[in-house]
Design a protein around this ligand. Structure first.
Ligand SMILES: O=C(O)CCC(=O)C(=O)O
Length: 238
């Protein structure tokens, strides 16, 4: 599958895109089964009691079947449209989220470099934990980046709860959908359950120049499990 010119423009303009029902129900079934197996077997997910987020990095690396998502022509087509067909997989997390996620970006790069493909495995609505995004916040000249306007501090700054910061968009998703966003895009979620299932694939642009290769290197150091003290196997371990 390829993005249309309009979809690609939308993504680059607003910093996110929602692709509904890319995967069929029978595919969703095995994706969820594999996800839960990985979380429970390698990520202590079997002990998740909802008191805090359970996370594993990386995720798909632990399952041969989930790894096939990296070769899936639908995923490859979309990722190639955005990053070029020499993009690289660069790890990704798997989660049983619990509760809200505050506003944040996953990085701040001067140009398109890294995207996150998010697979949410439960039906999620605006107030039940779907991804919220701040359109345009990925742009280096966005006032979300240049001004003193951290949406996380919305109560203190403007007297409104973070879920009601003006301009935010709720990406309501069902299993089988993809939510794709620039690492730079501010995002959050509100009102989710204590076991909200989601995993990501981080994809980055090929490093070609010296500066580009240094960026890739720095990215991998930051996102690899060993850099965070985890010894859980998968790529980029020692
Ligand atoms: O779904 C959420 O709670 C937010 C996801 C998120 O923050 C992320 O993937 O970086």
């Amino acid at each position: 599958m390829h993005l249309t010119e309009q979809q690609l423009n939308f993504f680059h303009t607003f910093g996110f895109i929602h692709i509904p029902q890319l995967f069929q129900p029978d595919e969703v079934t095995w994706i969820i089964e594999e996800f839960e197996h990985v979380l429970d077997t390698y990520g202590k997910g079997d002990g998740h009691d909802g008191s805090q987020r359970t996370m594993i990095v990386p995720t798909i690396d632990h399952s041969e079947k989930l790894c096939t998502l990296l070769d899936d022509p639908r995923v490859v087509g979309i990722a190639s449209d955005i990053l070029g067909d020499d993009f690289n997989y660069a790890s990704g997390d798997g989660n049983y989220y619990s509760g809200d996620t505050g506003w944040h970006a996953d990085g701040g790069y001067p140009e398109i470099f890294a995207i996150k493909i998010a697979y949410y495995l439960d039906p999620l609505r605006r107030d039940t934990g779907c991804l919220r995004v701040m359109p345009g916040s990925h742009r280096p000249d966005s006032f979300w980046r240049t001004g003193n306007v951290a949406p996380r501090d919305s109560e203190e700054l403007w007297g409104v709860p973070p879920s009601e910061v003006p301009g935010n968009v709720a990406l309501e998703t069902n299993p089988g959908d993809l939510a794709i966003f620039y690492h730079d895009t501010f995002h959050a979620s509100f009102g989710g359950s204590e076991r909200r299932r989601m995993f990501t694939m981080n994809l980055i642009k090929q490093g070609v120049t010296e500066e580009g290769i240094a960026r890739v290197d720095q990215y991998l150091r930051h996102h690899c499990p060993v850099a965070h003290g985890f010894k859980i196997g998968g790529m980029y371990t020692d």
